[in-house]
Design a binder for this molecule. Structure first.
Ligand code: ADP
Ligand code: MG
Length: 303
């Protein structure tokens, strides 16, 4: 359904764009219908950049992204984009920023109506709204006709998912959607994602939190400095991490705040024994993977 092939993103930075920042390096992955794929990595590892490229919000500098066979980077014109967003939607970390505080929260539904369902009757539209609000397990009386400040972060986040469900979505890009929620609401939203998966949606679930990635996903992709360090069935990756970086991450989940320098020092002191990682020549910006066991890949060791 969604396929990324050798995707790179290099940002121009600094005065006059003189410098470059390699945010994504040679990433290839797929998301199939009904599959949750977690994209896991520290802050700055390129997760959001990948999500934005999938959503057509920024273009890869190299590589291709296809959705149901169509090249996402070549969506030209309003009509093609609109059609794409009928099937692919994103939900982001801070739900409050997606709502205009001076309008009622359900205005986000009206915007979908105007763009995609201009001819629908009021009654049919209301039935559709009630249906999606129920799907995200919200009580319409609690959330409709309210201002954003009257709702919790979890309710707003679920309204945004409901908005996506008004369309015929097949892929949801969920970028850190639970990191600002409290613990009990997080579980509700994760259960909701599990429901959506049951309905055949593909979900790219972006997170910096390893324990949550484990909870929902079929496959996990561990990203380090823009490149894939390890990718495979979530259970295999979590039970048998092969890349030194994944091993490190999993061995010290409560210590994710440690600095790169500390992580690098520890990795250097504890080299992997049994897994042969792919290597690239100096100056080569590819990031090859090797298949260590079926469907379970390891990448280069970037220092
Ligand atoms: N628009 C931009 N211009 C320049 N650099 C950017 C831009 N967006 C992100 N970056 C840089 O790219 C890297 C990856 O960022 P991002 O994809 O947001 O990571 P993550 O979501 O994993 O925290 C970071 O070093 C970030 O500073
Ligand atoms: Mg991010």
């Amino acid at each position: 359904m969604l396929e990324l092939s050798h995707v790179h993103k290099v940002y121009r930075v600094g005065a006059f764009g003189a410098g470059t920042m390699r945010a994504v390096r040679d990433v290839s992955l797929v998301v199939r219908p009904g599959e949750v794929v977690s994209l896991i990595g520290e802050s700055g590892s390129g997760k959001s950049t990948l999500g934005k490229m999938v959503l057509g919000l920024t273009k890869p500098t190299q590589g291709t992204i296809t959705f149901e066979g169509n090249d996402v980077t070549r969506l030209r014109g309003f009509g093609a984009k609109k059609e794409y967003y009928r099937h692919v939607q994103g939900v982001f970390q801070d739900p409050f920023s997606s709502f205009n505080p001076i309008f009622k929260a359900d205005r986000v539904f009206e915007m979908i109506r105007t763009s995609y369902f201009p001819a629908i009757s009021d009654a049919a539209w209301r039935a559709k709204v009630l249906d999606v609000v129920g799907t995200v397990r919200l009580d319409p009386d609690n959330v409709l006709n309210k201002y954003p400040h009257q709702l919790s972060g979890g309710q707003l986040q679920r309204l945004l998912i409901a908005r996506a469900l008004l369309l015929d979505i097949r892929l949801l890009v969920a970028d850190e959607i639970i990191s600002m929620l409290d613990a009990s609401t997080r579980i509700d939203v994760l259960n909701l994602l599990a429901d959506l998966k049951e309905r055949g949606l593909g979900i790219l679930f972006v997170t910096h939190d390893l324990s949550l990635g484990n909870y929902v996903s079929d496959r996990s992709v561990i990203l380090r400095k823009g490149a894939i360090a390890e990718m495979g069935p979530t259970r295999r990756v979590f039970e048998n991490p092969l890349h030194p970086y994944s091993r490190h991450l999993l061995s010290c989940v409560p210590q994710l705040h440690r600095t790169w320098a500390e992580v690098d020092a520890e990795l250097a002191a504890n080299p992997p024994e049994d897994v042969e990682l792919p290597t690239v020549a100096e100056g080569d910006d590819s990031a090859p993977l090797v298949e260590a066991e079926e469907g379970h890949f390891v990448g280069i060791d970037q220092r």
